[in-house]
Ligand binder design. Structure first.
Ligand SMILES: Cc1cc2nc3c(=O)[nH]c(=O)nc-3n(C[C@H](O)[C@H](O)[C@H](O)COP(=O)(O)O)c2cc1C
Ligand code: SF4
Length: 398
């Protein structure tokens, strides 16, 4: 099933394999791909995947998480165009596929270099202190749809096949979803808290020609107790009441692919990327997290059949990856399967599988040392199977 073709909005996607956005924090300061970024994406092109979902790309300089976050601009457009053209050529020659490239558009909000927060949040502020001066004004938020549109137009010029208006992992749009106590046009009621997200989606949709995909990556629940998180009860249990209202509206607004994710990796990383190894001690068993993903994805797929659902969190499965992916497709849990850490560790896993050469020894260990590199403000990649990042990891250990 993984290798079945999918048709979305008239676009043909060669198979159901999605390489999830994986930020490398390795772009040049102007936001263009560096040698390391190019190396990573050329590997993605060789993988045979139907979709390469590019990492978080800031729509404005103040919304970057770090000075090396990807940021497509008019002045570096040609570098993106060259990269995409090279990727297409490689994918065609080496895998016989024409992959779909999606660019993830983001504003990092609380995780920006200077935090830009939606409201004071006692749970998150234990880790990164802020003051009222970090709260973004309504007037600032009003300017963002224009910035998303400008980035989406550039993405089209660069040759992307779709854009993702991202709302996940605690970044600005996601944080606004739980701005219950914020005053003004962007806080309080459900309509206000979702206003900016939908304004950006509508504005971007208007400039996308037919055949270009409109997508979103959504943290369906932050798994942080209400009122500090979205999609939960006051005691932090999953509550899909508001996520259902949100997703219904996303479907009405013309979102074609919903890339499902959960949690906030700065606060509860085990929710978003179940751990098998490593120093982090998760407060829940990995099975619980894996089952939560499946429950949410199946719920959405059944309730909103017009959406193409991409599943997440499967790198944990290691040698059982393909079997588990096929099972999820067969059982109607998702329509396409997304791989994050696995493709950093073992970019050729899918092509090797097709050739009967899948090698369990090359599979991701689900240790998240790659995340540790990011948190240590280094460039990020697989610190287990790639010598360059392994050496960097040794340095941060020292
Ligand atoms: C180093 C690293 C960078 C990531 N960068 C992004 C990103 O730019 N955008 C995003 O939506 N998710 C990002 N994620 C989350 C992954 O896309 C994925 O959802 C997560 O790793 C769980 O899937 P997995 O179990 O297959 O790894 C990142 C995760 C890691 C470990
Ligand atoms: S460091 Fe490598 S093996 Fe460990 S989780 Fe990241 S990609 Fe997987």
């Amino acid at each position: 099933m993984l290798n079945e073709t999918v048709f979305i909005g008239g676009k043909e996607i060669a198979n159901r394999v999605v390489l999830q956005p994986m930020e490398g924090c390795d772009c040049n300061e102007d936001g263009s791909p560096s040698e390391l970024t190019v190396e990573k994406y050329l590997k993605a092109a060789r993988s045979g995947a139907g979709v390469v979902w590019f990492e978080a790309n800031a729509v404005c300089a103040e919304g970057r998480t770090n000075p090396r976050q990807m940021m497509l601009t008019r002045s570096n457009l040609s570098k993106f165009r060259t990269l995409l053209a090279e990727m297409r050529e490689i994918a065609r020659k080496e895998c016989g596929v024409s992959p779909v490239f999606i660019l993830q558009l983001t504003h990092s909000g609380r995780q920006s270099i200077v935090p830009m927060i939606a409201y004071r949040n006692s749970v998150y502020e234990e880790k990164r202190p802020v003051t009222d001066a970090n709260i973004v004004t309504d007037e600032y938020l009003d300017t963002l749809p224009e910035k998303y549109v400008a980035s989406a137009r550039l993405a089209l010029e660069a040759g992307f096949d779709g854009v993702d208006v991202k709302s996940c992992h605690g970044y600005l749009f996601q944080e606004l979803l739980s701005a219950f106590d914020r005053e003004g046009r962007y806080g309080g009621s459900f309509e206000n808290r979702t206003r900016l997200y939908f304004n950006c989606i509508r504005a971007v949709k208007e400039v996308l020609p037919d055949g270009i995909l409109l997508t979103t990556r959504l943290s369906v629940s932050d798994m942080v107790r209400k009122p500090c998180g979205f999609g939960t009860t006051e005691t932090g249990e999953l509550d899909l009441t508001e996520p259902d209202m949100l997703i219904e509206q996303l479907a009405k607004e013309g979102i074609q692919i919903l890339n499902v994710t959960v949690g906030n990796p700065y606060y509860n990383p085990h929710v978003n990327r179940p751990y098998r190894k490593g120093g982090y001690v998760a407060p829940e068993a990995a099975d619980v997290g894996l089952a939560r993903f499946e429950y949410i994805e199946k719920h959405i797929k059944e309730k909103f059949p017009s959406l193409t659902v991409v599943g997440s969190g499967l790198s944990y499965y290691r040698e059982d990856l393909i079997e588990q992916s096929e099972r999820q497709l067969r059982e109607g849990i998702c329509d396409m399967v997304g791989y994050g850490r696995m493709w950093l560790a073992y970019p050729m896993f899918y092509k090797d599988h097709l050739n009967g050469e899948f090698d369990a020894k090359k599979c991701c260990l689900a240790c998240s040392k790659c995340t540790e590199l990011m948190r240590a403000k280094r460039v990020s990649g697989c610190a287990v199977f790639n010598e360059y990042y392994r050496n960097l990891y040794k340095e941060i250990q020292k």
